[in-house]
Design a protein. Sequence first.
Lengths: 211, 139
Amino acid sequence: MVLIRVFRMIGVAICIHFLCVRFGLADDLSAEQPVTLETFASKQDFVPTWMRLAEDKVHDPSGPAINELQYPGEILSRLPKDTLGNQVRWVTAMQSGAIKPRRSRLLPEDEIPVLDMDVLLNLRGSAHIVRFPHLAHTQWLSCNNCHEDIFKTKIGESKIGMINILSGEKCGLCHGAVSFPLIGCGRCHSVSRYTQLPYRAPGASGVGAVQ
Amino acid sequence: MIFKEMIAWRRTVLLFALMLFVTLAQAEYADVVLNRRAETEGMRPVVFPHWFHRLRFTCNVCHPDIFKMRAGSNDVTMAEIIDGKFCGKCHNGEIAWSPEHCHRCHSGLPGLRSGFKNSQNPGGPGTINSPGSAFGRRE
């Protein structure tokens, strides 16, 4: 039984690798310096297309309100483009002011704290080191979305692995479901092992490292 | 033994290949279908578009206080929505349009199973990924 599980995990890994190759992301992992988000989008000659709601095999084309619902491409096409997920770079869209989503249901002026601190994970693995930016996450989320339920606040307390993530735990609770999918390997595994540590992302005020 | 392993491996490969091609041909990324009750009670399944709501609100507005961040862990009923819970926190005619516009939400194709469409379901206990879960089952 254990052997079967191991084989299955290897199978999953190989499949993910194939997916990465298909979407041109595998070079992120083998290159000495990883492809950053900025160079990634410009590298791709990619024209996003969005499906009409009546043709998407989820909405009923004969539904009475099908014409009242917004076509995704109408607005998503005006935002910074991406190759994955909704084909929108949500964080860039928000940081550039292209969209201004409300932070609170009732009080528009309600301030939810933003934390600008990077955490480096996977320091002992063979893939590129993961840089977790608190800034991009806290602009969308509040602390209680992740802490203490999904991740412990204390550095090193959360056991995070790709098998966890692929089965929809930890990072995989959102990444793969709502935020950018897991075939974007280089977006998390973004810091080369050749980089001198402690690595400081441009503009980050603090950095933590997890072994 | 080896034969069994081969089958498991092959099944995984097939599953992923299927996922790749099947999911590419479906709804907008992160659309969620809710069909635990809708169809048995005579309505079309509900389609919730994450992209539409993300444009207007950040995640923390709904998660985790109004909706838990796991597919299948929120047992939403129409009565609760009208009472101002779940969707009804906003869809009350004040923040967003009221629940009397039935067909804007109940817009799915009949026969759809609950869960994320065109993206993976967040797994774990109590979700459609776990065996014996009631999510997606018609009761």
